[in-house]
Design a protein around this ligand. Structure first.
Ligand code: C5P
Length: 232
């Protein structure tokens, strides 16, 4: 049964009450849904790329919702309740950060920036701090501390992983969910839709900025990321 349809994915229930199926769609959206397109095979690429990243993180003791890949476009995952927080890490300046504070793109930051936004399209996913999150009862202080520590670990693992593929992990967004035992685990997807990835030598952008900023064919970029992963 379809439980939820988002901009890029659908979530279905299964016969097992502790498991869901995530289906990756071909839809691309940007600027809170203002720019839209159907991009044939994007869903397949994101499912494959997310699968490889979740497996890598699991091997490195990060708990995720990923159970297994079950088709080109679908993965079986643990049932979680998604926290209404978008967790963002920035290693190099880009995107909203540059717009917000007027810094130019491409500056390597001395320390990663950890950021949280309230996941709510009506309000444009506003940037919030811990006090907001606690006041809005989105998470407790203890949970926020865990989210920061876990996210910074994930950042180190992903930075190293992408560097082996000659890619710079500029920034990314992740989401966490609570499983049936109340544990917070990494959920959602990790793909070029949710990460900025630049070639180390040329700074070519191989992520969704190709779509957002008309920088080239999106599928070609995502295929390049997947083929570098397979060649590791
Ligand atoms: O737009 P911004 O610069 O804040 O994005 C930071 C990172 O988070 C980018 O990699 C972007 O792809 C990702 N992101 C996302 N979903 C959002 C907002 C940002 O995947 N709703």
């Amino acid at each position: 049964m379809l439980l939820y349809e988002g901009k890029a994915k659908k979530v279905y229930s299964t016969e097992n009450e502790n498991e869901y199926i995530v289906f990756y769609k071909d839809d691309a959206t940007a600027f809170n849904g203002e720019k839209k397109a159907q991009i044939s095979s994007k869903g397949i690429l994101n499912n494959k790329i997310s699968t490889i990243i979740f497996k890598m993180l699991e091997e490195n003791n990060i708990d995720t919702h990923f159970i297994k890949s079950i088709s080109d476009r679908e993965m079986l995952v643990k049932k979680v309740e998604i926290l209404p927080l978008e967790v963002i890490v920035r290693n190099i300046t880009a995107g909203t950060f540059c717009k917000r504070v007027g810094m130019e793109e491409g500056i390597v930051l001395d320390e990663p920036i950890f950021e949280t936004s309230y996941k709510n399209d009506d309000y444009g996913d506003p940037l919030i701090n811990d006090d907001y999150a606690v006041a809005m009862k989105l998470a407790t202080r203890k949970e926020l501390k865990f989210l920061r520590e876990e996210t910074l670990k994930i950042n180190e693992l992903m930075k190293e992983f992408f560097l082996k593929m000659n890619l710079k992990l500029v920034d990314f967004k992740i989401e966490f969910g609570k499983d049936s035992n109340g544990n917070i685990i990494l959920a959602d997807e990790i793909s070029p839709d949710t990460c900025r990835l630049w070639d180390v030598d040329t700074n070519e952008k191989l992520d969704k900025d190709r779509f957002r900023r008309n920088l080239g064919d999106l599928v070609e970029g995502y295929e390049e990321v997947l083929s570098r992963m397979k060649n590791l």
